[in-house]
Design a binder for this molecule. Structure first.
Ligand SMILES: [Zn+2]
Ligand SMILES: [Zn+2]
Length: 114
């Protein structure tokens, strides 16, 4: 693995994050939303090589997406975490949209429907 970076505010692991508008690679903390610009672009190039992994990571990052609404009135059935992000998504074979919850525990990522 490449070297890990840690949040200078809360000391949690920082995750690489792409700023598509500014074409920058950032490191973002999932605990306190601290972000910093990566000091080199080596990781950025590596990321492009691993586009399949990157897609998986983006799916996992749903819980860290600051644009999604979150709720503390649910409880994850997998890890008992008390916070989840939620969004509406179309469901195959059904009319209308379903409400999807994603557990905010970064090591869980459980998804469930309302
Ligand atoms: Zn932090
Ligand atoms: Zn969970």
């Amino acid at each position: 693995m490449s070297t890990m970076k840690f949040c200078r505010r809360c000391n949690n692991v920082l995750y690489p994050k792409e700023d598509k508008e500014q074409k920058l690679l950032l490191y973002a903390c999932r605990n306190c939303n601290h972000e910093e610009i990566a000091d080199n672009n080596i990781v950025y190039r590596n990321k492009i090589h691993h586009s399949v992994q990157r897609r998986t990571r983006e799916l996992e990052n749903v819980a860290a997406d600051p644009t999604l609404p979150r709720t503390k009135s649910v409880r994850c059935s997998q890890c008992n975490h008390g916070e989840a992000v939620f969004f509406q998504a179309p469901v195959k074979g059904e009319e209308g949209m379903a409400l999807i919850f994603v557990c905010c525990n970064p090591s869980c990522g459980n998804r469930w429907r309302d």
